[in-house]
Design a protein around this ligand. Structure first.
Ligand code: PBG
Length: 325
């Protein structure tokens, strides 16, 4: 491949040839739009650290979901903010809870939009942890029962896909079994498989008021220093019945996305998390970077790393730009 016979710039001469030889593509089909839903009416409450992202009451949520659908975004993922939190996260598996009602309303008003739910009790517990707490410890096996109940109430409300994000061992198996036993064998399961204990979740925790009230999540979420362990988590989740596996966060974990994609034959999702969104927004608001260009480059790079799907707060903005081209 020596110069002057080979000249790489030949393939960079025009937009046409560059389009023809481009290896990675970003499409609206790849996008999953996260939405926060809270109690009340007429509420559209901007999250201060995430400009352009809101806590919606169900009426506004339906509208926002429909707008996403009309832009061609195939799916939304719901995060609930209940009025009442308690030790056992009871509202998480209340058949009439905020998320359960939101699923029913979206499926009624926008039936072709795929609805995904985050299955984890941290937004519903007063201590903010993703599992049942006893004597300062997060209990694994006892929590599985609550997660299964939560997923079942989502299924009964009409959800298309459930996404456990708690990082308890064995949760995929427990949820799959419960869904199957109750006739919900067609509900898709996307596992947050390689989910790291990350400071990039900061803005999300403000949005969902879900910071742990004591300690941190390092006894269940993964150590950022580990890569082999991410693969183990992924293989285990696939064995337990995950249809799609996820890496989270995305940007600081591109090597994990690439490694996992090379090793598995199920779709891989990447979660472009809240802190990644906030950093780009903040820099753009300061005029330090071109926000739109950095957004598109960032999302494309996740595709290049091997992600098939991207959960991103940029979904609507990116989709709007894509439809403009
Ligand atoms: C847990 C959950 C979290 C996020 C998604 N699901 C928070 C956490 O693990 O602390 C974070 C998403 C983001 O930062 O955008 N229910």
């Amino acid at each position: 491949m020596a110069f002057p016979i080979h000249r790489s710039r030949r393939l960079r001469q025009s937009t046409a040839i560059m389009r023809m030889v481009r290896e990675a593509h970003l499409s609206v089909d790849d996008l999953i739009y996260p939405l926060f839903v809270c109690e009340g009416k007429g509420i559209k409450d901007e999250i201060s650290s995430m400009p352009g992202i809101f806590r919606w009451s169900i009426d506004g949520l339906i509208q926002e979901a429909r707008e996403a659908f009309e832009l061609g975004i195939p799916a939304v993922i719901l995060f609930g903010i209940p009025d009442k939190k308690d030790e056992m996260g009871t509202e998480a598996y209340n058949p009439n809870g905020i998320v359960q009602r939101a699923i029913r309303e979206i499926k009624t008003h926008c039936p072709d939009l795929l609805v995904i739910t985050d299955v984890c009790i941290d937004e519903f517990t007063d201590h903010g942890h993703c599992g049942i707490v006893r004597e300062g410890k997060i209990l694994n096996d006892e929590t599985l029962e609550l997660l299964s109940k939560m997923a079942l109430t989502h299924a009964q409300s009409g959800v298309d896909m459930v996404a456990p994000s708690d990082m308890m061992d064995g949760r995929v198996q427990a949820i799959r079994q419960t869904l199957d036993e109750n006739g919900f064998q067609d509900i898709i399961l996307m596992a947050y498989s390689a989910k790291y204990a990350s400071a990039y979740y900061g803005p999300f925790r403000e949005a969902a008021d879900s910071s742990p009230k004591f300690g941190d999540r390092r006894s269940y979420q993964m150590d950022p220093g580990n890569s082999d362990e991410g693969l183990r988590e992924v293989f285990q989740d696939i064995e337990e019945g995950a249809d799609i596996v996820m890496v989270k966060p995305a940007l600081a974990y591109m090597d994990i996305i690439q490694r996992i994609k090379a090793q598995v034959n199920v779709p891989v999702a990447a979660y472009n998390v809240s802190g990644e969104y906030s950093m780009i927004k903040a820099a753009a608001q300061n005029g330090w970077v071109d926000g739109e260009l950095v957004m598109m480059e960032t999302l494309l790079s996740m595709k290049r790393a091997g992600a098939n799907l991207i959960l991103t707060y940029f979904a609507k903005e990116a989709a709007t730009l894509m439809t403009r081209y």
